[in-house]
Write a protein that binds this ligand. Structure first.
Ligand SMILES: [Zn+2]
Length: 387
């Protein structure tokens, strides 16, 4: 029985080989047919490309493209490839050639122009990128072009123009830009505040809040403006708007609240207020400030008690750092206490950073706009402790 099975199997094996041979022949014939359909210049171009003579390659490919419009896609693919590899001068040459050709349809030329704009943008040639995108403001690539123009205006801090572009994008059906536009106005307010131009700063902040009445940044700046103008009551009222708008920013304004209250002689009141914030949400940054304020105005034993309680409720390295500092102040003779605080303090300053929720960018300082992904308000105001 087993012998019979084996001999049957032996018969089948050559048959498989034969089938494989036929399949291979068909494949080769198919390939030969295809290659005859491709013009010789194409192979010439590929050859130049492989020999690192991209300019000759491009010339050869252009010849192909002239003979057969279908190979346009080849150019777009090549251009995108060069751009991705960072060979921007080559990408620019390919796309510029496409733009200059007389035989392209309107749509194809738009596409080539758009790609050229992207090349300039990536090369950091912002003026040239913008002038290319300007040529696309109406038509099928209007939205992407305007989006890029907006990015350039934000990059060059041209806020008045950015505000106009954002409004045009909205008219083209893009998602609402109000939150970002409030930031553009806020940026203008910051610049005005730096020049002590209170009237201009106030006008920009009014606009910011008209765009986004829950803009934490605009309310914070409103407080800064009032404080700078010597109106501490109004400043405190503006900063306290964050209690209902966005409590996560309260630790950021806590220091300013403390200073304004102290100027008004109300240090005890601000300690009560900040402790209430701390009860609402744990925050090592806020704890540290309350801790310092308590130490300064109520003494180290009170500060140590505060840190001990907070350490129990929300254990963190920074709470421990505060606790050890207060302990050492109360018992200055403890050498071990000093050593421990030194260690913890060094660890704390090494591991705390701001983290972008969109791209994961880590920063030592807070940014309203992520320097890596350019998103606004993607970095939470509370630092992260882990590595
Ligand atoms: Zn980011």
């Amino acid at each position: 029985m087993s012998l019979e099975f084996e001999s049957w199997y032996l018969l089948v094996i050559p048959l498989f080989f034969a089938l494989g041979w036929v399949a291979a022949r068909i494949d080769i014939r198919h390939v030969m047919q295809e290659s005859r359909a491709v013009p010789r210049s194409y192979f010439k171009g590929l050859n130049y490309l492989l020999n690192e003579q991209p300019d000759k390659a491009i010339e050869a490919f252009l010849e192909v493209a002239k003979m057969d419009p279908d190979t346009l896609e080849l150019h777009f693919a090549l251009g995108a490839l060069f751009r991705r590899r960072g060979e921007l001068d080559r990408a620019i040459r390919i796309h510029q050639n496409l733009v200059d050709r007389a035989d392209l349809s309107q749509d194809q030329r738009m596409k080539a122009l758009y790609e050229l704009g992207e090349d300039f943008l990536k090369a950091g040639l912002l003026d040239r990128a913008e002038s290319v995108f300007r040529r696309l403001e109406s038509g099928s690539h209007a939205r992407e072009a305007l989006r890029n123009i907006l990015d350039i205006q934000v990059l060059t801090k041209d806020w008045p123009q950015a505000i106009q572009t954002a409004a045009r994008l909205e008219k083209l059906g893009c998602p609402a830009q109000n939150a970002d536009t409030a930031h553009y106005y806020s940026e203008m307010a910051v610049a005005a505040l730096l020049k002590d131009d209170f009237a201009a700063a106030r006008a920009h902040l009014d606009e910011a809040l008209r765009e986004n009445k829950r803009s934490a940044r605009a309310w914070m700046l409103r407080g800064d403006l009032e404080a700078k103008a010597g109106r501490d009551e109004e400043a405190i009222a503006a900063w306290r708007r964050l209690e209902e708008i966005n409590p996560s920013f309260l630790p950021t304004v806590a220091e300013r609240l403390v200073q304004a209250h102290i100027r008004l002689g109300r240090q005890e009141q601000v300690i009560v207020l900040l402790k209430a914030y701390l009860d609402r949400q744990p925050s090592p940054d806020l704890l540290h400030l309350v801790f310092q304020t308590v130490a300064e105005h109520q003494g180290w034993p009170a500060a140590r008690q505060l840190a001990a309680e907070e350490l129990k409720r929300h254990p963190s390295l920074r709470a421990l750092d505060d606790y050890l500092q207060a302990s050492n102040a109360v018992q200055p003779e403890s050498v071990e206490g000093r050593l421990a605080q030194d260690l913890v303090h060094r660890q704390v300053s090494r591991t705390a950073y701001y983290l972008c929720g969109n791209c994961g960018f880590k920063a030592r300082q807070f940014f309203w706009q992520c320097p890596a992904c350019a998103r606004w308000e993607s970095i939470p105001p509370e630092r992260v402790e882990h590595d």
